[in-house]
Structure formats: C-alpha cells, structure tokens
Design a binder for this molecule. Structure first.
Ligand code: C5P
Length: 238
C-alpha cells in the first residue's frame, strides 16, 4: 500500500482535544504534526500520549540557536522517535550539521530510527518587504533555494516549503530530497488565514512528499471523514 502523505497539524493546546483528534484520525492519516503550541503546554508526556495511539509524528519545533544548543535539544528530542524533526535553515551550516550529527548519534544510542531532518527555509508569513527589513534582498524564492541547498549540504534530508515553491525545489533538489508542504486546502474549502493554498492533488503533482493539513481536517464536523475524503481523492488521482 502507498504511504499516506497526509500529516494532520494538531494545533491545539488542550490535551483532551488533541488526544481525541489523535484517536479519531488513527489509521486515517500518515501522521500528526505536533508544534510549539501543544509541546510547550504538555511536553514529552503529552507527546507520548499522542504517539501512543500509534501515529507517526512530525515534531515541528523549528529549532534555532547556536550549534551546541541545537545539538543538545535534538539529543533530548530524538528518543521520542519522531518521524520528522525540523530546525531553521537560517541558523546556518554549522547548526544544521550539528543537528544532523546529534540526531544520528542519539538515534543509534537510543535504538530508534533517526528522524527525517528538515530545514525551515523562509516562513511563508514573510513578504518580500519583511525580508528586506531583515537584510535579505532579492526574490523570496531565491532565498528559499539558497537555504534548501545549504540544508542539503549540511545533513538535512529535506525542507518545509510552501506549495508555490514545491515544483521548483523538486526540479532543483532531485527526487530524494523530502519536501514537506503546508498551506493545503481541498477544493472548495475556505482558505482561513493562508494566502497561497494548493489542493492536495496539485501539491502531490508538484512533487510534495508530505502534506501538512490542519484546519481542513481538525475543524471539520467529522475529522476522520474529512481525512478519509482527502486520502481517497489522492489515491484516486495516483
Ligand atoms: O490549518 P492549516 O492547514 O492552515 O495549518 C497548517 C499548519 O502548517 C499550521 O500548523 C501552520 O503553523 C503550519 N505552517 C504553515 N505555513 C508554513 C509553515 C508551517 O501553515 N510556512
């Protein structure tokens, strides 16, 4: 059977709500994305309560600090055995290399599979003028490509990117570099606060490996049914 590419973003801070979603989505999605909101509130205990339900986890903490500190954070997180873990590519070459080395060493020592390490390139909330304000000139997609190349050369297995950049990165970075794509909306769904969205089918056609989908599933009357509809549509189109 083909791997289910859908990871549902559990963007809630209430433990019961998160557990309920994890339970409802068990077997319906490829995994769950746990971010700062949930992890800062419930920590490793909360993480384990969600992963106990058998789901793969993308631990989206976007680490960004000096190499030594990021390596230590990765050392603390890898025993949880997330399928995906990320750091900001803007933290630089040495930081990413230290994160990757720490992930592999810790996984070996803990007897778990190393996480797929992802670099976060340019946050989609940043416009061209926001980038100029922090001293980054040129088109955002050039910065995305620059950081993706830096990530690939420093031990990252892939990047988180917007749907808009997926086709460009797939052709520039080759077939094995993982592209994890948020901002996905099934046809007909509302956009919420996302400005540029793509359907699951279009994002997969552009070369995505993982689709991060939050509200289109979590805010549906029946989240399990919403997830099932998305994955059914994907396998029909495959
Ligand atoms: O509800 P929605 O599907 O928009 O949720 C998307 C998820 O992906 C959220 O957890 C959001 O923080 C995350 N994300 C994003 N855009 C990025 C990076 C992450 O929407 N560029």
């Amino acid at each position: 059977m083909k791997k289910n590419p859908v990871y549902c973003a559990i963007d809630v801070s209430d433990l019961g709500t998160a557990q309920n979603l994890a339970l409802q989505l068990s077997g319906k999605v490829g995994g769950l994305k746990i971010g700062m909101e949930f992890f800062y509130a419930h920590g490793q205990t909360g993480y384990e309560l969600l992963s106990q339900q058998g789901q793969n986890i993308f631990l989206d903490l976007k680490l960004h600090d000096i190499p030594n500190t990021v390596a230590a954070a990765v050392r603390a997180l890898v025993p949880l055995a997330p399928a995906y873990l990320n750091v900001h590519a803007g933290g630089g070459a040495a930081m990413m290399a230290a994160a990757s080395k720490s992930a592999h060493e810790t996984a070996g020592a803990a007897g778990v599979t190393p996480p797929c390490m992802l670099g976060v390139t340019v946050l989609t909330s940043l416009s061209q003028s926001d980038l100029n304000d922090i001293g980054v000139h040129g088109a955002p997609r050039d910065q995305v490509l620059r950081l993706a190349n830096l990530a690939a050369s420093n031990g990252m297995d892939g990047v988180v990117c917007s749907a808009e950049e997926t086709a460009m990165l797939r052709s520039e970075m080759g077939p094995d570099f993982k592209l994890v794509v948020p901002g996905i909306r099934p046809a007909g769904a509302g956009h919420d606060d996302q400005k540029r969205v793509m359907t699951p089918e279009a994002a997969m056609a552009a070369g995505a490996d993982v689709l991060v989908i939050g509200r289109a599933i979590t805010q549906a009357d029946d989240p399990a049914h919403a997830a099932q509809r998305i994955t059914d549509a994907l396998s029909m189109g495959a």
